[in-house]
Design a protein around this ligand. Sequence first.
Ligand code: GS8
Length: 221
Amino acid sequence: MADELILLDLWASPFGMRCRIALAEKGVKYESREEEDLVHNKSSLLLQMNPVHKKVPVLIHNGKPICESTIIVQYIDEVWKNKAPLLPADPYQRAQARFWVDYVDKKIYEAGRKIWSSKGEAQEVAKKEFIDILKVLEGELGDKPYFGGENIGYVDITLVPFYCWFYTYETCGNFSVEAECPKLTAYFKRCLERESVSKALADKQKVYEFVLQLKKMFGID
Ligand code: GS8
């Protein structure tokens, strides 16, 4: 019997995008179910499948939920072994990949959110923090095409979705990531050449409009 695979998702979610990229890299077909209103009206399926966090993404594999995007990507790598691995085989290299995924996970979203939800001095601090985080990542990337080396992998899949949010951070904060981190920007553009990535990422202008709506909804001006 064929696997039944459903991804509970939200088009603008960088976390959902991670799962979309991983599934595309593995060539796995799935049904996408879009949450219409995560602020006021979560679907009963989402509440049932992720009762602890009540967040997307959730991958439902033959009726069983897997939650948290970084865990979902690892699950995908472990279940669909037919295609190129996303995590390295060597335990030390795996630990390194997990370290950088953890870094991205702890830092980027929150730093970006601070940029679009603040202004004045607080926004200046947020911008500096954001650029500092990117510079650390740029240093780690070095001259490699991808974080793990020659092929796209776990760290790239975790990080690249935020690229379609950069326009929002830059517009709200009035700065340019490319001017600050040209090598990292070239890397993001390289990732976007892959169909798995370009198809998974949202339109940057739409993300910006989405954030403007969020700001209105939460009374942030
Ligand atoms: C984060 C998911 C998340 O924040 C992961 O999967 O990696 N650590 C998790 N999902 C958001 C949508 S994207 O901003 C969400 O579902 N929010 C609903 C809520 O907070 O109630």
